[in-house]
Write a protein that binds this ligand. Structure first.
Ligand code: DC
Length: 218
C-alpha cells in the first residue's frame, strides 16, 4: 500500500491545483479521478448518447477502456488507446461526466483502476468519493471546499484570462446545479468523510492550502 492522500470536494474548490502542488512537494503522483469520468464521458458523447440515456450509457461502458499515463509528470487520459487529455475540459464533457457518474456501472468501471493505483504508488488522489469510498484507509483525508461565490469568481477569472466572455451569475448557477447533483446522488455522493479534515479555501491562498495539507502529512 502506498502513502495515500485523499482530497474530495465540490467543483472549483481548488482541488486539482492544490493536489498537484502537494504531489510535487511530496514526490507522489497526482491522480485526477474527475478526468477519468471525463474520459468515459467523451466515449458516451462520441457514440452520440444523450446524458439522460441511462441504458445507452450502461451499454457503451462495455466497450470503453480508460487508462492513465504520465508525460513529464502530467497525467494523461487514454480512451481505448487514444490520448483524449486535450478534450477533457470541454463544457459538454463536464456536463456528461456529472450526469453519467451517478450510474453504478460507470463508477464500477473506474473503481479498480483508482484503487490499484493507490495500492501500488504514493498518491495524491482527488475527486468526490475518494475518502468515503475509494480509499477509506487513506493516510490523510481532506474535504476541500469554498463558497459558491468564491468558486464562481475563480471560474470567471479563469475563463476571462482565456478571453472567453461569460456571465458570473450563470457560472454560479451551474456550480450550484453540479453541487446538488454530486451531493444528492444515491451512489457514492460527495460528502465529507467523518475522519476528513475540512479546509475552506474561500479566504486562503493556494500556498496556504498546500501548506495546511502538507502539515497534515507530518
Ligand atoms: O472534478 P471534475 O469536475 O473533473 O469531475 C467531473 C465530474 O465527475 C463531477 O461532476 C462528478 C464526477 N466525479 C465523480 O463522480 N467522482 C469522482 N471521484 C470524481 C468526479
Amino acid at each position: 500500500m502506498g502513502y495515500n492522500i485523499a482530497i474530495d470536494g465540490p467543483a472549483g474548490a481548488g482541488k486539482s491545483t492544490v493536489a498537484k502542488r502537494v504531489a510535487q512537494k511530496k514526490g507522489f503522483i497526482y491522480v485526477d479521478t474527475g478526468a477519468m469520468y471525463r474520459g468515459l464521458a467523451i466515449h458516451f458523447l462520441k457514440n452520440g448518447i444523450h446524458p439522460e440515456d441511462r441504458e445507452g450509457i450502461i451499454r457503451a461502458c462495455q466497450d470503453a477502456d480508460v487508462s492513465i499515463g504520465y508525460e513529464d509528470g502530467v497525467q494523461q487520459i487514454y480512451l481505448n488507446g487514444e490520448n483524449v487529455t486535450g478534450k477533457l475540459r470541454e463544457e459538454a464533457v463536464g456536463d456528461m461526466a456529472s450526469k453519467s457518474s451517478p450510474i453504478p456501472e460507470v463508477r464500477e468501471k473506474l473503481l479498480m483502476l483508482q484503487r490499484s493505483l493507490a495500492r501500488e504508488k504514493d498518491v495524491v488522489m482527488d475527486g468526490r468519493d475518494i475518502g468515503t469510498n475509494i480509499l477509506p484507509d487513506a493516510n490523510v483525508k481532506v474535504y476541500l471546499t469554498a463558497s459558491v461565490e468564491t468558486r464562481a469568481k475563480r471560474r470567471y477569472d479563469e475563463l476571462a484570462a482565456k478571453g472567453i466572455s461569460c456571465d458570473m451569475e450563470q457560472i454560479a448557477a451551474d456550480i450550484q446545479e453540479r453541487d446538488y447533483r454530486d451531493m444528492t446522488r444515491d451512489n457514492a455522493p460527495l460528502k465529507k468523510a467523518e475522519d476528513a479534515v475540512l479546509v475552506d479555501s474561500s479566504a486562503m491562498s493556494i500556498e496556504e492550502v498546500t501548506e495546511a495539507i502538507l502539515e497534515l502529512c507530518e
